[in-house]
Design a binder for this molecule. Sequence first.
Ligand code: F6P
Length: 341
Amino acid sequence: MKIGILTSGGDCPGLNAVIRGAVLKGIKSHGHEFVGFRDGWRGLVEGDVMDLPRHSVRGISKQGGTILGTSRTNPFGPDGGPEVVRGHLERLGVGAVIAIGGEGTLAAAQRLTGAGLNIIGVPKTVDNDLDATDYTFGFDTAVQIATEAIDRLRTTGESHHRCMIAEVMGRNTGWIALHAGMASGAHAILIPEQQVSMDQVTEWVTDAHKRGRAPLVVVAEGFVPEGADTAHSHRGLDAFGRPRLGGIADRLAPEIEARTGLETRATVLGHIQRGGVPTAYDRVLSTRLGMAAADAAAAGAWGTMVALRGTDIVRTGFADALGKLKTVPEARYEEAAVLFG
Ligand code: F6P
């Protein structure tokens, strides 16, 4: 069978390892052939395709980004829809699609499966917010990058006796903030799942300062301070209709400075968290997911996605990944908060 692969939504360290895992396993164990659709669903909607022979995936698991390119194109946009997609697949002789993407991508994959197309999903997001899988690939790398950056902010903060605020990604969840904040020994971690008053933040920052430390605050981009207008975080919508977030650190800095009298600087880490080489953990997880996706295609398990449960890779329905945000449990936050201040 000829299988098409696409990577859709925000890029994520480990995408290339998924592609390599699927192509090598598919060729070696099942005799599949592979093509790649360029730039996510756009490639499928426009029939923009490239061959993926075995040599094309050589050595790519350590490369960041995606050799296929990605976009936030919605396949149900004005030029798309199941009949357009079906037409391209038939013309190209492609019998199935492995779609690697986040919630928006998997929702589109589910709709296309409902229209009779053969799709296997691979969940992807640095945010680690998909309920159907214990960890998403790319998350470990994002946490590693954020931790290294925050460690650097700490030394400059200490030199200048400043309070430093680091804003990390995570969309509407605080997984990256929680893990990078714990790893770097932050004096406060602020996440969307937990309401924290500015009085409490002030107390944590002041306590750290009194002990001679340069206070370090890690804030998730989706955090909304108690009593604040949530509209501040909306910077328009992406192709899947979700608000773009960010900018909370710049809002917090003057407020913390005014309340504590400490010179305060904000740093938004932004897309650096998604760039560069994946960690070894992410390469292994991604490779295993890719291999499992090729196996699922060989088994004709259409409408399923592969996921991590404990240390096993399992198959699960798209519905398991949709509509249920995996948020940071309160107990995990409280565990970390013991160390704040
Ligand atoms: O979902 C991954 C993510 O990196 C979020 O953490 C962030 O809010 C968003 O994508 C950024 O999207 P874009 O790359 O389109 O700016």
